[in-house]
Design a protein around this ligand. Structure first.
Ligand SMILES: [Fe+2]
Length: 328
């Protein structure tokens, strides 16, 4: 069990980074993507002084062991605990490849992680935040795996994104009940592949009479891309919302237990939105760095500010990487 202490004098700041997803060569000295990632994270740490850094998956690409190690060396320099989960790209060579990364990471002093029950995937664990002996916030970090294969209506073999499995939802419920027994009723779920409810929330909020993926950033910022009934939703959706196609049942469990108020997901690098949906803040973490693909205007990290009463605010910190002269 991992417990971190919050000082009563100040807020506990979590900085979430997502989808660095760099390959070995991108971490080599002098590579532009190395500079973008390290400058971005250094700027974020200087700005928000986090107590904890979480990484919501696609830390690198499976098998890119030098990239994983380079990231860990870099993260340790801040002397701030950093806690990863794994994305589909981390998981794509199976649990052995993840285990090899974890064994390397265990030599890093600021690496924070628990393997959890291997039957539930690679790394499902809880970080409890304690203030003066009371648990005020629980972070539930879960593995959304890689892909699953299925046969479509035409009898073709297809692959789709995996999801939180039913036995993981049972595990989640046990963690929520254990936290509640200790007086903690505010929790945050950190995952990589968004849950199915993200798809429904997006459909509810964004207009379907315009092609929003082609809309300029300004249209999102002015609220023109979303329906008037959802003024509290904010952010951009330049990517598809890549969730499991069928209902994964996650939202039913969450709304029944009334504990998780915020979900942070990664995976869709150019989606930044946060939507209050059925009493839960469904949020994309802001993509960190240029690995795989990114929009230089939508680069940075996400700050989760925890007070004595739990999470008070979730906000993106943008580090604009648009080349000078192109900024408008
Ligand atoms: Fe991903």
């Amino acid at each position: 069990m991992i417990t971190m202490k919050k000082s009563p004098e100040r807020d506990f700041i979590i900085l979430n980074l997502t989808d660095p997803q760099m390959r070995n060569e991108e971490w080599e000295e002098g590579h532009e993507h190395r500079r973008i990632f390290t400058d971005t994270v250094t700027e974020l740490v200087d700005r928000v002084h986090p107590d904890l850094i979480t990484l919501s998956g696609d830390v690198a690409d499976a098998g890119q062991y030098a990239a994983y190690e380079a990231l860990a060396d870099f993260m340790d320099r801040f002397a701030i605990p950093w806690a990863p989960i794994w994305g589909n790209h981390d998981n794509q060579y199976g649990p052995e490849a993840v285990e090899r990364v974890v064994e390397g990471y265990e030599n890093h002093p600021y690496f924070l992680y628990e393997r959890g029950d291997a039957a539930l995937g690679n790394g499902n664990y809880v970080i409890r935040i304690e203030e003066e002996g009371k648990i005020i916030e629980g972070l539930i970090l879960m593995d959304t795996h890689h892909t699953i294969s299925y046969t479509n209506a035409e009898g073709k073999n297809c692959r789709a994104l995996d999801k939180l499995w039913p036995e993981q939802l049972s595990w989640y419920e046990r963690q929520i009940r254990a936290l509640a027994d200790e007086g903690c009723t505010d929790t945050t779920l950190i995952i990589h592949i968004p849950i199915h409810a993200y798809r429904l929330a997006s459909q509810a909020v964004f207009r379907d009479d315009i092609n929003i993926r082609q809309a300029p950033l300004e249209m999102f910022l002015s609220g023109e891309c979303q329906r008037e009934a959802y003024p509290e939703s904010v952010g951009v959706q330049f990517d598809a919302v890549n969730t499991p196609m069928a209902d994964d049942g996650v939202m039913d469990v969450i709304t029944r237990l009334h504990s998780t108020k915020t979900i942070i997901a990664g995976h869709d690098h150019k989606n930044t939105w946060m939507i209050p949906y059925q009493g839960v803040r469904l949020a994309y973490g802001l993509k960190t760095g240029a690995g795989c693909y990114y929009d230089p205007r939508l680069n940075g990290g996400t700050v989760i500010r925890v007070t004595s009463d739990g999470v008070a605010e979730v906000s993106h910190e943008f580090v604009d990487m648009t080349p000078a002269g192109e900024q408008g």
